[in-house]
Design a protein around this ligand. Structure first.
Ligand SMILES: Cc1cc2nc3c(=O)[nH]c(=O)nc-3n(C[C@H](O)[C@H](O)[C@H](O)COP(=O)(O)OP(=O)(O)OC[C@H]3O[C@@H](n4cnc5c(N)ncnc54)[C@H](O)[C@@H]3O)c2cc1C
Length: 392
């Protein structure tokens, strides 16, 4: 038996996706994503045509029930899709992850009218979304947000600022976290709103330029006494944290898949290079310093897949430890992926540092996985709290 890089598609198993769907995803990644990844990185372009195609072939809303326009798959299927897309290019997987989180929120908590207006066009890639939580003074500590939504005679008035928001420069609508009762704060005083970004009083601020995943559009949103309708409230007032908890674990599972996809791409690039490149009269792979490094990456990648798969299965089964397993999966895959891409750059030597080599981009794309969707420290906090609670 061989463990052959470059020939195998994703090693993540699936539930609903059969051989045909798996082949379709692999073909889409090989033909539509991998050939344009370097250009997207260079130009920071939003690949609208790719997302439009993903909407048509059913690569958005993997776990969203079919009656809402989703695929009706499992968390395991979602993990597979994220890993596969990221093998092509992480920014495209990240778009899939964003839509998955908002699709999950809207299918669970939106009214039928909100679902018609936002969810169906979102999954068909006809509308673009943003998930606006982070603020200049509130990142890991989301309970400290200050964006305020005050009741008015006809609805709500929004005031505040969000930063580092994925899709903010291009979004049609945003799902915004805001304080509705400062007395209660994170204990029932934070709510979620669905707002059209072209509403008077809402503006897009600074379009960020990033180290990696450069085709993901990141920017700020400013709410300057924006008047929004009563119907903009998502679900019940004060329930934001409960709603978020339901989708954040899935979000973290998705980022674990994204990180695993980057690691697989790095390994697939490094192995042939180690055989092709000769120094001192032999392939550099003939040195154990190189071949053992590749063996470690392959082993950790396979172990990471096993952990992420167990987290996905726990989510699908509704297990009590699913949230902690998703944190473990994200922590493990993201920290490994930073080291794996570093190992791949090392195999390429000087070329690994040069623009145009895939591993140079993968190294940059990997770094954010330890930060967004909850930093590594926040994942360790979740895991250690659960450990200590169980023991105490
Ligand atoms: C590319 C990109 C895309 C993003 N997309 C979105 C998006 O779509 N929507 C959105 O709302 N946000 C988004 N974010 C924001 C992202 O979620 C935050 O950057 C992240 O949660 C960390 O918050 P922070 O940057 O404020 O860091 P901070 O919270 O200030 O943390 C700084 C450092 O301190 C550590 N730290 C903080 N508190 C503790 C503690 N108690 N114990 C130990 N260590 C601690 C952190 O782990 C980190 O290492 C995005 C960010 C980036 C860069």
């Amino acid at each position: 038996m061989t463990f052959a890089p470059g020939t195998a598609n994703s090693r993540i198993p699936t539930t609903l996706f059969g051989a045909d769907e798996r082949a379709l995803v692999a073909q889409f990644v090989d033909e539509r994503i991998r050939p344009i990844a370097a250009d997207l990185d260079e130009t920071e372009r939003f690949p609208e045509e790719v997302y439009s195609e993903m909407g048509k072939i059913g690569l958005f809303g993997i776990t969203v029930p079919e009656e809402f326009g989703g695929v009706g798959g499992t968390a395991l299927d979602y993990l597979f899709v994220m890993e596969s897309l990221s093998y092509g290019y992480a920014s495209i997987a990240d778009q899939c992850g964003l839509v998955e989180i908002l699709g999950s929120l809207l299918s669970a908590y939106a009214t039928p009218a909100q679902q018609e207006e936002y969810l169906l066009p979102l999954l068909a890639a006809e509308k673009r979304c943003a998930y606006a939580m982070t603020e200049p003074g509130s990142g890991s500590d989301l309970g400290s947000i200050t964006t305020r939504a005050e009741r008015t005679a006809t609805g709500w008035r929004l005031r505040g600022e969000k930063i580092y928001i994925h899709n903010a420069p291009v979004a049609d609508f945003a799902v915004v976290l805001a304080v509705t009762d400062p007395e209660l704060g994170k204990r029932g005083g934070i709510s979620v709103f669905l707002v059209d970004v072209d509403t008077p009083g809402i503006s897009r601020a600074y379009h960020e330029h990033k180290m990696g995943q450069r085709a993901s559009q990141i920017g700020g949103l400013v709410f300057d006494d924006a008047e929004i309708d009563e119907s903009a409230l998502l679900g019940e007032e004060g329930k934001a944290f409960g709603y978020m908890m339901k989708v954040l674990a899935k979000g973290r599972l998705g980022i674990s898949g994204l990180a695993l996809g980057i690691s697989r791409a790095a390994l697939d690039a490094a192995v042939p290079q180690s055989l092709d490149r000769h120094q001192f009269g032999r392939a550099i792979a003939d040195n154990q310093a190189i071949s053992f490094s590749l063996a470690s990456v392959a082993t950790e990648l396979q172990a990471g897949i096993a952990l992420s798969v167990s987290a996905a299965q726990a989510l699908d089964a509704g297990d009590a430890d699913a949230e902690v397993l998703c944190s473990m999966a994200k922590l493990n895959a993201s920290e490994n992926c930073v080291r794996h891409t570093d190992a791949a750059v090392q195999v390429f030597g000087g070329n690994g540092f040069i623009r145009g080599y895939e591993v140079e981009r993968l190294y940059r794309d990997a770094r954010i996985t330890k930060i967004y969707e909850g930093t590594s420290e926040m994942q360790r906090l979740i895991i250690s709290r659960s450990l200590l609670r169980a023991a105490g």
